[in-house]
Write a protein that binds this ligand. Structure first.
Ligand code: SAM
Length: 220
């Protein structure tokens, strides 16, 4: 989805379908669960979402923070300017979220967020890029980081293929869903990446979440 040239309206439709699929896959749960644990005892918290797409995750985090009386500073960064524009349009300006276009790892303007998160971003990277991403998060986040991504398995791949045939979804989502699963991870991939990144494994948890996803991040 990040490589094609599209109109803002077309991309907004694709991101809206992706948001629906994300909700169906309960993909917010690992992130919100981890945030609850890692932010325990804090009244203020800042979060950077890398590859934020249409911004759905940060909007959920803003509501979660508000419900818990937490003062939050949230930033979404995405390489695609249309994604940031879509996110901005879909977001209540009263929410404490800013959107920035750019390559997250190439930027040195990062204002030291407490945590860095990403969802369905890691599988877009090569192994070498992913190792660099993990090292960059280790160096850049004040408290910790969390990667939320898919489990490479025949069942979710088949499910998404069937969904694409039975539900009217945007062509990008129909194409990208099964491809994303194929590019995703099994536990041994994460062990290999963390070892290559030189990360102290006792600080990191690799956790499987229903249905068919991984949460990899700093142990709270
Ligand atoms: C599959 S989308 C995921 C969007 C959203 N996080 C979600 O879960 O629905 C991956 C996003 O990562 C963005 N992206 C890819 N490389 C990036 C980079 N180096 N820095 C920031 N964003 C990037 C793409 O533009 C795309 O919007």
């Amino acid at each position: 989805m990040d490589v094609e040239s599209v109109t803002p309206e077309d991309l907004a439709r694709a991101l809206s379908d992706l948001e629906w699929l994300t909700a169906l896959g309960m993909s917010h749960r690992p992130v919100l669960g981890w945030l609850s644990r890692i932010s325990r005892g804090r009244r203020e918290f800042s979060v950077l979402d890398v590859g934020c797409g249409g911004g759905d995750m940060l909007r959920r985090i803003a509501l979660w923070g508000a419900a818990g009386g937490m003062s939050m500073r949230l930033e979404g960064v995405d390489l695609n300017p249309l994604a940031c524009r879509t996110a901005e349009r879909a977001t209540d300006p009263a929410l404490p979220i800013t959107w920035r276009t750019g390559d997250a790892m190439a930027e040195d303007s990062l204002s030291s967020p407490d945590v860095i998160i990403s969802s369905h971003f890691a599988h877009h990277l090569s192994d070498a890029e992913l190792v660099h991403f993990v090292q960059w998060m280790e160096a850049s986040a004040n408290i910790g980081w969390f990667i939320n991504d898919l489990h490479r398995h025949r069942l979710p791949e088949r499910f998404l293929q069937l969904l694409g045939k039975t539900v009217r979804l945007h062509r990008f989502v129909v194409h990208d869903g099964p491809v994303s699963v194929r590019r995703s991870f099994v536990r041994r991939d994460w062990k290999r990446i963390l070892t290559a990144a030189g990360i102290d494994r006792s600080r990191i948890e690799i956790r499987w979440y229903m249905p068919f996803r991984w949460g990899v991040g700093t142990r709270p």
